[in-house]
Design a protein around this ligand. Structure first.
Ligand code: FAD
Ligand code: DLZ
Length: 506
């Protein structure tokens, strides 16, 4: 019996449920580069190159392992342009009697998969994606009946369930969370190890040339493409992170440093999201490093990101359904400002994050949350437009992980489902966490007028605009006390600065 096993571009795991379920001799693995997936948003050029290069390398690995792979290249004139069309044609071409697939990550592609049976006339078996540590059902069960769905509660549950960093029922070190020890700015003199380099091989170079030719107007530059595109490279990236950067990951997790694009971050999200690495092996690698002296605040900080945040946002995405991306609890309607596509805002922190986003398809978490996301929140940008931007510009962007981070965590557009308060901050926060302000054309010392830091007056203006909704939130009481203590003349000055700046932005 011939079985078509479609493997999507982010399902590049030898242990994928559908690859485990079908005997190798019966399977024809279908992998298809298609215009539909390349175009549902105009992805950063590096994301396209990464996905196609990783797909081509994975197909070769499967063939070496004895699988029959039917690989459809984007530049093949016979390419049908869509996943469903390719699946239907493959069933006919191979005379297949059934399809066995692993459920896609995104609602959009899950909907396509649901139509494959009708489209092909053969039975379709859709298997759960067991590369995540928490199944959709287990998350729904955890969520059911809870008044609040907080990451911290989910994370503690997962620590207890998995036994990671636990001694019996007690968290290692007597504390669940060392977040407060992970907020240092980078002192002068601390040097950051260089991230590993993965020079593109012939396969990747061919893909890069194809992307440059076929997607010349997409955002971003390919010049500094440096992503792991194979499992071997991804394992090297994990090993180098654990050996060289994990020790300081905790301390400087929230730091913002001019000219330091990656700091001590792992750069592993692209590899995990593509399936080149499993979440559990990343967690185990970090935990094992404790025996070699890695501090608990670093290891726990890293484990929290993967066992906590990554699993939690995926659970929220599946639970909340396709309409989640349209939430707009704060009623924000400003079109996405041009500085998100062109940079050149004059704000050093923003331009720094923008430039590296364009050049590397990467920005670390605090740049995404507290600079690019925070600015949009304060400026009242339409969250759906921001969501689409975030989906475009990062090499690790897939809706299941991007949308809860943008709509929920960053924009509070889900009204507090994901976060207990908006991640809104003024210039003082950015100054405390980094060194951008020193070289900025705006000044924190100037309190009003065209040279004052926009983050500062926009922060107060944001609070004022949303006072009716947010001031009853206990976690916002202190900041609203601060706002109310300002003289009416000072409040008016702040609001006038914000209005002037926002008018210029549009
Ligand atoms: P590290 O800082 O080294 O963290 C280790 C790993 O933990 C990451 O590789 C990632 O797998 C996981 N992780 C950390 N934080 C999160 C989080 N909040 N949600 C889910 N996983 C997390 N992550 C994506 O993978 N894709 C996205 O499209 C994406 N969009 C984001 C948009 C916004 C507005 C924000 C605030 C965060 C977003 N994140 C996204 C989460 C996080 O910023 C990235 O995972 C991280 O910056 C990737 O870099 P790294 O691998 O060096 O991470
Ligand atoms: C992201 C992406 C891109 C750019 N291209 C393809 C493709 O051509 N073929 C494919 O199978 N998958 C691609 N992907 C990954 C899918 O978009 C991904 O499987 C869905 O986003 C579901 O998570």
């Amino acid at each position: 019996m011939t079985v078509i096993v479609p493997v999507l571009g982010d399902q590049l795991s030898a242990g994928l449920a559908s690859l485990k379920a079908v005997p190798r001799d019966d399977a024809v693995v279908l992998m298809a580069e298609v215009a539909e997936e390349a175009g549902y948003v105009p992805h950063h050029k590096q994301k396209l190159a990464l996905v196609f290069a990783a797909m081509r390398h994975f197909a070769e690995d499967l063939r070496t392992d004895g699988w029959t792979v039917d690989y459809r290249r984007l530049d093949d004139p016979a390419n049908l342009g869509g996943l469903s069309a390719e699946v239907e044609a493959a069933v006919a071409r191979h005379g297949a009697e059934r399809i066995v697939a692993t459920l896609a990550g995104e609602h959009r592609v899950i909907a396509l998969q649901a139509g494959w049976g009708a489209g092909t006339g053969v039975p379709v078996m859709l298997l759960a994606d067991d590369r995540f540590l928490v199944s959709e059902e287990a998350f729904a069960e955890w969520a059911s009946g809870r008044k609040r769905l907080r990451m911290e509660d989910f994370y503690r549950w997962q620590r207890a369930e998995t036994g990671v960093l636990m001694v019996g029922d007690v968290p290692v070190g007597g504390q669940w969370n060392f977040d407060k020890e992970n907020r240092k700015s980078l002192p002068k003199g601390v040097s950051v190890p260089e991230a590993p380099r993965f020079a593109p091989d012939a396969v990747t170079r061919e893909v890069i040339a194809m992307v440059e030719t076929r997607f010349p107007d997409n955002f971003g530059s390919l010049a500094r493409f440096n992503w792991p595109v194979t499992r071997v490279q991804a394992l090297e990236a994990l090993g180098r992170f654990v050996d060289e950067r994990l020790v300081q990951f905790g301390d400087y997790q929230d730091a913002l440093v001019e000219g330091e694009a990656t700091l001590f971050h792992s750069l592993l999200s692209t590899s995990i999201n593509l399936g080149l690495l499993g979440p559990r092996e990343c967690i185990d690698g970090a935990v094992a490093a404790m025996e070699l002296g890695a501090p608990l605040n670093a290891v726990e900080g890293f484990v929290r990101q993967i066992l906590g945040w990554r699993e939690y946002v995926r659970g929220i995405y599946l639970l909340e359904g396709p309409d989640y991306v349209r939430r707009n609890a704060l009623g924000a309607t400003r079109p996405l400002p041009a500085i998100y596509w062109r940079g050149g805002s004059g704000m050093r922190c923003f331009d720094s994050a923008f430039d590296q986003t364009r050049d590397l398809a990467y920005a670390h978490h605090i740049q995404r949350l507290m600079v690019l996301g925070n600015f949009a929140l304060l400026a009242g940008v339409d969250p759906f437009e921001l969501h689409e931007w975030f989906l475009v510009v990062y090499a690790d962007a897939y809706e299941w992980v991007e949308a809860p981070n943008v709509i929920g965590m960053s924009q509070f557009a889900d009204g507090g489902l994901l976060g207990s308060k908006p991640y809104a901050a003024g210039g003082a926060y950015i100054n405390r966490m980094g060194n951008h302000c020193a070289g900025c054309r705006y000044s924190l010392k100037v309190k009003s007028g065209p040279d004052a830091c926009p983050f500062s007056y926009l922060y107060w203006d944001f609070l004022a605009r949303h006072e009716a909704m947010l001031s009853s939130n206990q976690r916002m009481w202190t900041v609203y006390d601060g706002w109310r203590r300002l003289q009416p003349e000072r409040q008016a000055e702040i609001r006038a600065d914000a209005a002037r700046f926002l008018a210029g932005l549009s």
